[in-house]
Design a protein around this ligand. Structure first.
Ligand code: FAS
Ligand code: PHB
Length: 421
């Protein structure tokens, strides 16, 4: 008996909140709004298979874990995720462990890949969530300048998009949220004269590697070495996620498996465990990720809101990107719920300032971790000595270690939210 094709969901012509992008930000926002009884529609340019296999983040902050659980999307995370209480720093052939709970009053992190979080949120949304349209590329938006809350027929914010099977269409909304990432289009609706962009690019990239090899370590290892930075992470007890600092513009083809493993062993070597080596196995994916810090302000213009990578990018050294996206939509959902329930726009009016305060904290932490651990070609021996001095300070000062632990496990999402601590 052939499985009947799913009955195509009609594309609505109007919704309360139009969400552009089905990455972590767009999917979680749709879930939080759905749970609050606010209708929304998610438009995603790619297909389901593509967004669910896109290799990205791996570390969830305490607040992210909390909000996924409270949104009913944490069951598989709790079953398959790996709670971690610390990380290891390796430098100058030494090793030092940072213990999170003792330094932060109990906060920890969860190792659970972004791909798995996206799969969980997509499955939940298709089962009982708001309409989610794949292969629906947004070409542009208009009408967001109207700051009055009573949308008029002509003044309503409008999304213009093209659906692969249904062709061109429009969706009018009370609010539009750009969750469309760094390469998205939503922020272009903010007049150039009002947009403030801040950016820093780094003179190196990361070679990201996924290998069918059991991690030979219990917690993540961040290594500073004269050969360059290395990070040993994981996806499961049988899959390793590993990163090597490489020059910008590196072609992954220059890195055959043997070279990857030899270089990782060389950079991760420590006198604390002489002869320590990684477990090797077939590399199943590798790609080069450029390193940049980038923020666009404000995160609101009229009835357009920006969230996640659509508004900010961090180098992945601090494992903040995904978690910042989550924090933005927790704050935004709370503001849209207040507007829906009380009519007040107090939290919406404060949205950009509230998010940017936490964004800039994460931008600084990600920048500081990147500068601390990478070898910059422009560095002299002087800067290297400064790095080693700071790493030694962290290894011997509870205060310095606590500063790293508090930022790494994530600061609470302010103001207090019904979704996360
Ligand atoms: P996303 O970019 O995830 O999602 C945006 C969505 O919008 C995409 O699905 C896109 O297809 C869609 N879209 C774009 N334009 C559209 C349009 N015109 N119409 C409709 N849909 C559109 N963070 C970490 O913490 N650790 C890491 O190790 C890490 N590694 C990364 C590696 C790479 C290669 C990249 C690019 C990012 C990495 N990040 C990492 C950061 C990453 O995890 C992001 O912070 C996270 O995906 C942010 O989620 P969103 O804001 O939802 O944006
Ligand atoms: C990952 O597992 O992909 C990961 C972990 C920590 C980081 C960056 C990436 O800082």
């Amino acid at each position: 008996m052939p499985i009947p094709a799913p009955i195509p969901v009609p594309v609505p012509v109007h919704t309360t909140v139009g969400i552009i992008g089905a990455g972590p930000a767009g999917l979680l926002l749709a879930r939080l709004l759905h749970d609050a009884g606010i209708d929304c529609v998610v438009l995603e340019s790619r297909d389901r298979a593509y967004i669910e296999q896109r290799q990205r983040a791996g570390i969830l902050e305490q607040s992210t874990v909390d909000v996924l659980r409270s949104a009913g999307a944490g069951e598989r995370m709790d079953r398959e995720g790996l709670p971690h209480d610390g990380i290891e720093l390796r430098y100058d052939r030494r090793s030092h462990r940072i213990d999170f709970p003792s330094l932060t009053g109990g906060r920890r992190v969860m190792v659970y890949a972004q791909t798995e979080m996206v799969k969980d949120l997509v499955a939940q949304q298709l089962a009982d969530g708001a309409p989610l349209f794949f292969d629906a590329e947004v070409a542009g938006i208009e009408g967001v300048h109207d700051v009055n809350d009573t949308a008029t027929a002509t003044g309503a914010p409008t999304i213009h998009f093209h659906h692969r099977d249904r062709g061109p269409a429009t969706l009018t909304c009370d609010y539009i949220v750009g969750c469309d990432g760094f390469h998205g289009v939503a922020r272009n609706a903010v007049p150039a004269g009002l947009r403030r962009t801040y950016e820093r690019t780094y003179p190196y990239s990361w070679l990201g590697v996924l290998a069918q090899a059991p991690p030979a370590y219990d917690e993540l290892i961040y290594a500073h070495s004269s050969r360059g930075f290395a990070l040993a992470s994981m996806r499961s007890p049988t899959v390793s996620r590993l990163y090597l600092q490489v020059p910008g513009g590196t072609d992954p083809a220059e890195w055959p498996d043997a070279r990857i493993w030899d270089e990782l062993d060389a950079r991760l070597a420590t006198d604390a465990d002489p002869g320590w080596k990684l477990e090797r196995g077939p590399v199943v994916a590798k790609s080069v990720l450029p390193m940049r810090s980038w923020v666009v302000e404000p995160m609101r213009y009229g009835r357009l809101l920006l969230a996640g990578d659509a508004a900010h990018i961090v180098p992945p050294t601090g494992a903040k990107g995904l978690n910042l996206a989550v924090a933005d939509v927790v704050v935004l959902a709370r503001a849209l719920v207040q507007r829906h329930v009380t009519g007040s726009t107090e939290l919406l009016d404060a949205y950009s300032e509230t998010c940017l305060r936490r964004v800039w904290r994460a931008e600084h932490f990600s920048y500081a971790m990147t500068e601390l651990l990478h070898t910059d070609p422009a560095h002299s021996a002087f800067e290297t000595k400064l790095q080693l001095s700071q790493l030694d300070r962290i290894a011997h000062s509870r205060h310095a270690a606590a500063e790293l632990a508090e930022n790494y496990t994530g600061l609470p999402i302010a103001p207090p939210s019904p979704y996360a601590s």
